[in-house]
Design a protein around this ligand. Structure first.
Ligand SMILES: NC(=O)c1ccc[n+]([C@@H]2O[C@H](COP(=O)([O-])OP(=O)(O)OC[C@H]3O[C@@H](n4cnc5c(N)ncnc54)[C@H](O)[C@@H]3O)[C@@H](O)[C@H]2O)c1
Length: 407
């Protein structure tokens, strides 16, 4: 009898259930970091995979991002979480008890040498504050560990470049987790573009309004809204257009006094112009009172693709006064839950040399340069021109008639 595999959204066999083709368990499922139709046949590779030893990993930082990765790592059959490193040892210990992770060791940052010197640790996940990334990344790479690093890799371009040099020297992957590239809806928009569903792209709009307002203690060390938030949107737009902008113009304002006092802003509008003539707009806010507002729209000669806000439930209430929807997701752990799992699975596939790294040194560095140009534009109050090397591979350009041509 044929065996068909389906898994929960985390893609972990611990929660595997079996369905026949056309079964109604889920619209799609995730297997080894790939979105596959429900009822896909269990391949030899998938069967063999579950017999391998898990990769020993360590997690640096157990804050907002670290908690997401902690929960995904302990559910992932491909890894064994050996260490958690954080300033707050009681917090780690309490969590390890709560989740029955008896074999995971809690360490302070001062004790991190134990991780670097432990040969059974093959990779580290870096989710500590941005200013700590470079040191952890370089130390781990020097000891031959692969690195999954939360964005941004470092506080500046020189630091990011130094990390990639270390990765090249060590011959170990350094993955910058621009997780939104792994969101099924955003990836669906990219797929639609590649299938020529919108034709010649004229405009891309992204709205990223955070919820809730991050703590002031985080904002003070976040690196500022351009490098902390706008990088996600800049990355997605450049990725789906397969181009880098020739100019950017950013305006911003701090409506929140404490943010103004940090010399940062909480509301930003960015426009970018691309070599094909496509224009992009980014609408950013640190605080949307009604939920985590995340929208993407691509408009072209043949149509429009939209990734709409997702909601806590699909329930709608219609009555004589109108129709109301369930609230949109509260924040990033809920809205982008799938993307964090898929980014992790991609990294593990890279570690096993099953996939080439999708987020390259070249793209990470270029996105950082574009974010810096946006910040500069905001400070100067005028557009900034960019002279960036365009990504390799065919770029879709439009001629003056609006017809698509491949450059
Ligand atoms: N991709 C995303 O969606 C996303 C979302 C949030 C944050 N981030 C990124 O994740 C990183 C952490 O952000 P956060 O919001 O989780 O911050 P946070 O302040 O919530 O948590 C940081 C944690 O790191 C710990 N820490 C401090 N110094 C450390 C060190 N030297 N070694 C190990 N741990 C240390 C702190 O005690 C704290 O628990 C940032 O780089 C941020 O840009 C990414």
């Amino acid at each position: 009898m044929a065996v068909y595999l389906s898994v929960d959204i985390f893609g972990h066999p611990g929660q595997t259930f079996y369905v026949k083709p056309g079964g109604e368990k889920s619209a799609h499922c995730i297997v080894l970091g790939k979105i596959v139709p429900s009822g896909s046949k269990l391949s030899d590779e998938m069967e063999c995979h579950s017999m391998k030893d898990p990769l020993g990993v360590a997690l640096f930082g157990l804050g907002r991002a670290g908690m997401i990765h902690f929960l995904n790592l302990i559910r992932c059959y491909r890894v064994q979480l050996k260490y958690i490193i954080d300033l707050d040892i009681p917090k780690i210990k309490q969590l390890l008890i709560q989740y029955h992770q008896r074999h995971t060791v809690a360490l302070t940052p001062e004790e991190a040498e134990k991780v670097y010197n432990d040969e059974s640790v093959g990779a580290v996940f870096v989710c500590s504050p941005t200013f700590t990334h470079q040191e952890i990344v370089q130390n781990a790479l020097r000891k031959g560990k692969g690195v999954f690093c939360e964005k941004p890799i470092s506080q500046d371009i020189a630091g990011t470049e130094a990390c990639y040099v270390e990765s090249e020297k060590a011959g170990k992957p350094l993955f910058c987790s621009f997780n939104r590239r792994y969101d099924p809806s955003i990836r669906g928009v990219l797929n639609g573009i590649e299938e020529q569903n919108v034709g010649d792209i004229h405009m891309v709009k992204m709205c990223s309004r955070d919820s809730p307002l991050p703590p002031m203690s985080y904002l003070k060390i976040s690196g500022g809204i351009f490098h902390d938030c706008a990088v996600h949107d800049i990355d997605v737009i450049c990725w789906i257009l397969h181009q880098y902008p020739v100019s950017v113009y950013a305006q911003g304002h701090a409506h929140i006094k404490a943010i103004a006092e940090m010399d940062d802003v909480d509301t930003v509008a960015i426009t970018m112009k691309f070599p094909s003539g496509a224009l992009a707009m980014i609408d950013l806010s640190r605080n949307a009172s009604y939920g985590y507002d995340q929208r993407l729209e691509v408009f072209g000669t043949k149509g429009m693709l939209v990734s709409e806000n997702q909601r806590c439930t699909g329930v709608q209430h219609s009555c004589t006064t109108g129709t109301s929807l369930a609230p949109m997701h509260f924040s990033f752990p809920q809205r982008y839950a799938d993307s964090y799992v898929l980014a992790m699975e991609h990294f593990l596939n890279v570690m096993e040399e099953k996939e080439a790294m999708e987020i390259t040194k070249e793209s990470t560095l270029t996105i950082s340069k574009i974010a810096t140009a946006c910040e500069e534009s905001y400070k100067l109050g005028k557009p900034v021109e960019l002279f960036l090397t365009q990504p390799e591979g065919p770029t879709l350009k439009s001629d003056t008639n609006g017809e698509m041509v491949t450059a």
